[in-house]
Ligand binder design. Structure first.
Ligand code: CA
Length: 343
């Protein structure tokens, strides 16, 4: 009985130790986000999935960029000084792909001050990086898979669906046509689609009948990203509703580890447990080695999240997360060997 219990424990631990590492905007802790260099580095660091945020150009090409506007990550205000909207910002959807290709992409800055969002990262005044299309990211990933024999996936985020719809683009249909063309079909295609908006995910499931895994991202109403009400999504009922069309959720880490108690121990919410009960996987965002809560290191934070039961993590530092996963796997292998060696 003791042996069986031990094996069961190992089996449970093994399940928890097989999380996916999702390279958030590429290895964005090391190179400017959404650049081919950042994606190649993430691949080489052992990430399981490469994450592009996607928005559309004026001529309907999905490009890997996080914002609706170009001002924080490119030289657009110098290159196209008369193309800002009334609010002074340059919108991706106002530029053709040929125009976007003229931009120099750089490390994220605060457009008002020019200061880098993360001061220790790649210097914003260095490098000659360009805009990356979804097709280019796929070509890179599939090419590297052919060379290495690995099967690294992509994890595209369809951003601002309602905005693009209002601008006359059927983003869902555009995304699906690219993914179809590259053979991303079925639950095992190593392609997971995520969105903060339920509407495109519902269309993907119902109208497009896709079998690709879908992940509902959970935001905070205070972020003011869109008119989705996120509060109900964190309840057991809301999670059951999400499970009706999606395979997982992507919540902020702050909704899983909500603070520390009087003794300084982390307070864990019921979110992961409730999501599991609804049959949903949990891939929280964003683990950043250079933006951690006081007194917490990257490795401990990730291990704690794994203990809570997450199935994967979005991280700007894929190498650090991969190292943790590999160490835990090794520890499990060692424990399993010990268990099988004992009488
Ligand atoms: Ca994203």
């Amino acid at each position: 009985m003791k042996g069986l219990a031990g094996l069961l424990l190992i089996a449970v631990a093994a399940a928890a130790a097989d999380p996916i590492v999702i390279a958030h905007r590429g290895a964005s802790g090391y190179l400017p986000e959404h650049t081919l260099a950042a994606y190649a580095m993430a691949y080489a660091q052992g990430a399981d999935y490469l994450e592009p945020d996607l928005v559309l150009s004026a001529d309907g090409h999905p490009v890997a960029l996080h914002d609706l506007t170009l001002d924080a990550v490119s030289d657009v205000r110098y290159r196209f000084p008369d193309r800002a909207r009334d609010d002074g910002q340059h919108f991706v959807v106002d530029f053709t792909l040929a125009e976007l290709r003229q931009l120099r992409i750089h490390e994220r800055i605060e457009p008002g001050t020019g200061e880098q969002r993360y001061p220790g990262r790649f210097p914003a005044d260095r490098g000659s990086f360009g805009v990356v299309t979804l097709e280019e990211l796929i070509e890179l990933t599939k090419g590297l898979n052919a060379v290495t024999g690995r099967n690294v996936g992509i994890y595209p985020e369809l951003k601002f669906n309602a905005f693009h719809e209002a601008a006359g683009h059927d983003f869902v249909a555009i995304l699906m046509s690219v993914l179809d063309r590259y053979g991303y079909q079925g639950a095992d295609a190593r392609c997971i689609i995520q969105s903060f908006e339920p509407a495109p995910l519902l269309r993907l499931r119902d109208e497009f009948a896709t079998e690709l895994p879908l992940v509902q991202l959970l935001g905070e109403n205070a972020w003011g990203m869109n008119d989705v009400d996120y509060d109900p999504m964190y309840t057991a009922e809301g999670l059951a509703t999400i499970a009706g069309y999606a395979d997982g959720i992507g919540p902020p880490i702050s909704r899983i580890l909500t603070g520390v108690d009087a003794e300084g121990r982390p307070v864990v919410s019921a979110l992961v447990q409730d999501a599991k009960a609804a049959g949903l996987e949990v891939h929280p965002f964003t683990l950043r080695a250079d933006a951690l809560p006081d007194g917490v290191d990257f490795e401990s934070l990730f291990e704690l999240l794994l203990k809570v039961g997450i199935d994967g993590v979005f991280t700007d530092h894929p190498d650090r997360a991969v190292a943790v996963v590999q160490r835990l796997r090794q520890e499990l292998d060692d424990a399993a060997q010990k268990a099988s060696a004992s009488p």
